[in-house]
Write a protein that binds this ligand. Sequence first.
Ligand SMILES: Nc1ncnc2c1ncn2[C@@H]1O[C@H](COP(=O)(O)OP(=O)(O)OP(=O)(O)O)[C@@H](O)[C@H]1O
Ligand code: SF4
Ligand SMILES: [Mg+2]
Length: 378
Amino acid sequence: MNPPRSDFVAPPQGGAPSGPAEPVPRLPLEKATAVPLLDVRDFSLEFRTRSGTVWALEAINFQVNKGEIVGLVGESGSGKSVLSYAMLGISDRAAKVTSGSAVFGGMDLLKADEGTLANLRGREISMIFQSPRTALNPIRPVGLQIQDVLRRHAAATGADLSRSLKDRAVQALREVAIADPERRVNAYPFEMSGGMCQRVMIALALACRPSLLVADEPTTGLDVTTQAAVMDLITGLARVRNMATIFITHDLALAADYCDRIIVMHAGHAVESAPTEALFARPQHPYTARLMSSTPGEHSSIASLAPVPGNLPDLKRSDLPACRFAERCERATDRCRSERPVLDPTQIHSVACWHPLTSEPDAGSAPANKPTPDPAHA
Ligand SMILES: Nc1ncnc2c1ncn2[C@@H]1O[C@H](COP(=O)(O)OP(=O)(O)OP(=O)(O)O)[C@@H](O)[C@H]1O
Ligand code: SF4
Ligand SMILES: [Mg+2]
């Protein structure tokens, strides 16, 4: 692998590793059964737009434990961002929560008022956005942006402001391994590379030491080496601080490299949740298996890759099948179209499917769809 970019330096002792590093050790499996930090149940959300209702999320169930790194994986449009925005109370005005709860540290985020959520954001739950250049304020030096966050939450956290906020901002940049932080603290985002801007975003998100970080496609647009360095940094800091992390990505291989557990989403449904090794050893949902077959791996050849057949259904349709994968699934039966399968978040390996890959399709109910044969699952 290439050496890390010269923009970056090794972090201080006790900080996160810098640049491509040894894989971050996984949490022991027993942690998966601990009391969840975040417990999402039966969460449904729709967008009421002029052109109709978008049934964006339906009956979502999942949990995240303290210190756990969870990958939220699925094709574009599967609802990964919408789900995280709703939990942070930053959804579009057209979004309406129609059922469910998202309990974080004993509080239902979906019922909390804006003031409470504003106090939680950045302090208890932080988010790293897909595009750091648009998320950062272009006309404010990055150091001042970090100081704004520290000042905003100082009263609530009881933080000691006697040490200069500028020193703290410099320290925050040092912790994300930005070289020459004393100089960079005065820089504007446009003076920095994409990788450095993403590190500033990480510094901003982690300034108040949140217990849950949501990272939405944090490495989009970065070259492979910088992507690895940024992922090593996020997951390294998560481990050091015992911070739960939801890592949103459409890249199953990237999630496999860094996550303790993976939740697979399809068309607004959470369809499978399992520890990473278990998911790869034995995927149970037909969509998960198809996603794996379409993901390049260490030993896969181009010829062995097969795209997931069909497309995501239009989420505006009033006649969506109960299992939204039914029209793409070779195991689909009448039951799949009429009765919605749901995920049991209390199970270590859980699947929302009437005919998971560990079982045979019901005798007598012939599969309805015949997607392109997939060599890996033929
Ligand atoms: N403001 C909105 N109004 C109407 N529909 C919306 C709105 N925001 C999102 N959606 C729809 O909700 C669904 C989920 O979108 P979302 O952005 O969460 O997908 P995603 O999984 O994050 O995709 P990507 O990988 O492309 O970021 C999509 O069908 C999208 O078109
Ligand atoms: S077998 Fe049925 S429930 Fe399972 S994914 Fe296919 S269509 Fe959905
Ligand atoms: Mg998204």
